[in-house]
Design a binder for this molecule. Structure first.
Ligand code: FE2
Length: 296
């Protein structure tokens, strides 16, 4: 079920290895990997976290009828068709996104998988009576990393407004210095443990850079045309002032920080084990050398 997958959207991906890329071998297979079979609904269109008219007058019921019921459902249905009978059928949604991102050389299911994830994350980023300002740790980090809440809003709105064509703008927590083999990673590795604003084209999301997404706005035209026509900046302003659920963003930050701390502990444990292993090897070599010289 997708509900379980999206609930832990930025948690670790157990058992995921780079070899998964190679085993898929999507483009070089002579026979299609998709076998003829009845398409089963591995992923489903999750219900909205509020009624379709709950965000009116800022986001209309009609928008949800098209954007959630038709567009989001189409991504889910197309993804299910693309993965049925392939190795991806066993993967979580996040695994599919990371595997088919294929270091920027997108495999066919990437766009549908990422759009399923992005839209669920987007619906959950909003609430009736949203907007205003965050508080607590989130506000503290926003002030630290952007200077002020106003400066962050300016940067987020600018990212959303200037994403050329279709795409997304994000607030994300960049936690770990990992080699994700992605040359287009928008922030250099010396900026870890920080909040960052990024914009992404089409279906790409910050998971592919190992960032933990905290907030997103959909800036595909289908997200705002029914309510705002071509006035994307007005839609972005309403999103920030009336719709954002800062409680959800705060809980995502908390989970991202806990995740980062856990990964750091795991890396330290591995490093310690490696050092101990090397030290024991050195002792063994000394012992062998000593024994050899005594034998001579
Ligand atoms: Fe959308």
């Amino acid at each position: 079920m997708m509900a379980a997958a999206t609930a832990c959207a930025f948690l670790p991906i157990p058992g995921f290895h780079e070899s998964s890329y190679r085993s898929l071998n999507w483009r070089t297979h002579k026979k299609p990997l998709v076998r003829k079979a009845k398409v089963t609904a591995k992923f489903e269109l999750n219900p909205l976290p509020y009624p379709m008219n709950a965000l009116e007058p800022h986001m209309s019921r009609t928008t949800f009828e098209y954007h959630w019921r038709k567009h989001h459902r189409t991504y889910v249905d197309n993804l299910n068709k693309q993965i049925v009978g392939t190795q991806l059928d066993e993967f979580t949604l996040e695994d599919i996104i990371l595997t088919t991102y294929n270091k920027g050389n997108l495999l066919p299911p990437f766009n549908n998988a990422a759009q399923v994830w992005n839209h669920q994350f987007f619906w959950e980023s909003m609430k009736p009576g949203g907007g205003g300002e965050p508080s607590g740790e989130l506000l503290k980090l926003i002030n630290r990393d952007f200077g002020s809440f106003e400066a962050f809003v300016k940067e987020f709105k600018a990212a959303a407004a200037t994403q050329f064509g279709s795409g997304w703008a994000w607030l994300a927590y960049k936690a770990n210095r990992l080699d994700v083999g992605n040359a287009s990673n928008p922030h250099p590795s010396d900026e870890d443990k920080k909040l960052v604003v990024v914009k992404t084209p089409n279906a790409v999301n910050p998971l592919v850079w190992d960032y933990a997404p905290l907030l997103t706005i959909d800036v595909w035209e289908h997200a705002y045309y029914l309510d705002f026509r071509n006035r994307r900046p007005d839609y972005i302003t309403i999103f920030m002032e009336k719709l954002v659920s800062w409680e959800v963003v705060s809980s995502r930050l908390e989970a991202a920080k806990a995740q980062a701390a856990e990964r750091e502990k795991e890396e330290e444990r591995k490093k310690r084990e490696e050092e101990e292993y090397q030290a024991s090897n050195e002792v063994r070599e000394m012992y062998v050398e000593t024994t050899d010289s005594e034998a001579e």
